[in-house]
Design a protein around this ligand. Sequence first.
Ligand SMILES: NC(=O)c1ccc[n+]([C@@H]2O[C@H](COP(=O)([O-])OP(=O)(O)OC[C@H]3O[C@@H](n4cnc5c(N)ncnc54)[C@H](OP(=O)(O)O)[C@@H]3O)[C@@H](O)[C@H]2O)c1
Ligand SMILES: [Zn+2]
Length: 346
Amino acid sequence: MRGFGFREHGGPEQLGYVEVPEPSAGPGEVVVRLRAAAFNRLDRFTLAGIPGVPIERPHVLGSDGAGVVDQAGPGVDDLSAGTRVLLNPGLWDGRCPACARGDEALCREYRIVGEHTQGTATERVAVPRRNVHPFPSEWSFADAAAVPLVFETAWRALATVGAVQAGERVAIVGAGGGVATAAVQVAKLLGARVVVAARGRQKEEAVRRLGADDLVVVSEDRPLDRALWDWSGKEGIDLIFDSVGAPTLGRSLRAVGRGGRVVVIGATAGSKVELDLRTLFWRQASIRGSTMAGRREFETVLGHLARGALRPVVDSVHPFDEGPAAFRRLDDPGLFGKVVLGGPGS
Ligand SMILES: NC(=O)c1ccc[n+]([C@@H]2O[C@H](COP(=O)([O-])OP(=O)(O)OC[C@H]3O[C@@H](n4cnc5c(N)ncnc54)[C@H](OP(=O)(O)O)[C@@H]3O)[C@@H](O)[C@H]2O)c1
Ligand SMILES: [Zn+2]
C-alpha cells in the first residue's frame, strides 16, 4: 500500500511516497480506509528524527485521519463497515495505574499514531476500537481529519491542566497554527477573555472570527511581555498557552500576574530556555507541561465540536499526490489552521 512519508530521516528533501504493508485488524482493533489525513508540526519533528523515539522505516506520516470503517477485528461487533469515523491518534495500554484512573494521557506506554506507529497519510490504518469515533454528517472528511490532535491538546492544556476559569485573561502565543486556532476557541468556550499574540495583524480578522477578543502585535520594540502586560491593564495574564518555546517562554513568564500560569505544549522555535527564577517565585507563578489528552477529554472536546460550539479550522486541502506541496504549506507565513491531505481515491 502506498503512503506519504520518508525512507530516511532528514529535511523535506526526504519526503516522498513509500510502500508499507497493508494493516489487518487484530483483536479489539478496526481498520479504517482513510479519506483524509492532516499534518501537524509533529510530522516535521518525526521526519527530522526525535531522539529516543525509534521508528520503523519506511515511515508514513500523519497523526490525524478520517475515513470509513473497512474491517473490524475479533471482538468488535458494534461498528459496521462504511461508518464514517475520525481517529484519536493517542495510544495507551489500558493497563497501567494512570490508565486505571482514567488519565490515559499519562500512560507509561503512551504513543502517538504517525510518530511511534505508521501514520494516516496512506490508504488504511489499524487502530484500537476505542480510538475511532463517528463524526457529524455535515462535516467533510477533511473537517474531521482537522480535529483530533489539536483539539484534544488544546482541551487538556486549557481545561484540565490550566483549569481556565470564566472571566480569566488567557493569551495564546501565535495566531495561525493548528493548535493555536483550536486553543483560541477552547479558551473562549471556557469563558476566558482571549488575546492572541502574533507577529503581525494579517490574521487578526480570522482569529476574531474564532472568538478571540483581541490580537496584540509582538515586535522587537514591543516584545511579548510588554504587549501582554499592557493589554492586561498592567495586572498580568492569568494563563499563557505557549507552544513557541525558546524565543517566548521567558517573556511569557514575565507577562503573567500573581499566581498566573504558563502552559507549555510545544517548542516550535527551540526547546532550551533561560528563566529568571525570581519572577517565578515572586509572582508565585507556575509553568506546567501538557501533552495530548485522555479518553474522556477527547470525548468531551469532540462533543463540543459535534454540537457546533467549536469548529474545525481547515487551512487547505491538497490531493494525495501533492504531499510535498501540502507539507511545505506548514511553513507558509499565511498558514491558518490545518493542512489536510486527501486520501488516495478521495
Ligand atoms: N504536547 C502536545 O501534545 C502537542 C500537540 C500538538 C502540538 N504540539 C507542539 O505545538 C507546536 C505547534 O504545533 P502546530 O501543529 O500547531 O504547529 P503549526 O501549525 O506549524 O503552528 C506553528 C505556530 O507557531 C507560531 N509561531 C509564533 N512564533 C513563532 C516562531 N518564532 N517560529 C515559529 N513559529 C512561531 C505560529 O504563529 P503565527 O501563525 O502567528 O505565525 C503558529 O501559531 C509544535 O511545536 C508542536 O510540536 C504539542
Ligand atoms: Zn497506561
